[in-house]
Write a protein of this length. Structure first.
Length: 62
């Protein structure tokens, strides 16, 4: 079977990384106490990660 490879621009990877870092900082200052909010954050993070993981195989370049 063929495999589809999506090339993600470096700027998009940087944007995704910054969003992930900002969420981690926010959650460390204001711990989530709403279980529904935690589920939304996890769903969003997995969506962001799945898009970021389809790059050219380069790891986090930070």
């Amino acid at each position: 079977m063929s495999k589809i490879v999506r090339f993600v621009p470096k700027s998009e990877r940087a944007r995704t990384r910054l969003i992930r870092e900002a969420r981690a900082i926010y959650d460390s200052v204001f711990p989530p106490s709403d279980p529904a909010r935690e589920q939304r954050n996890k769903a969003f993070a997995s969506h962001m990660r799945s898009g970021a993981d389809t790059d050219r195989g380069e790891g986090d370049l930070s």
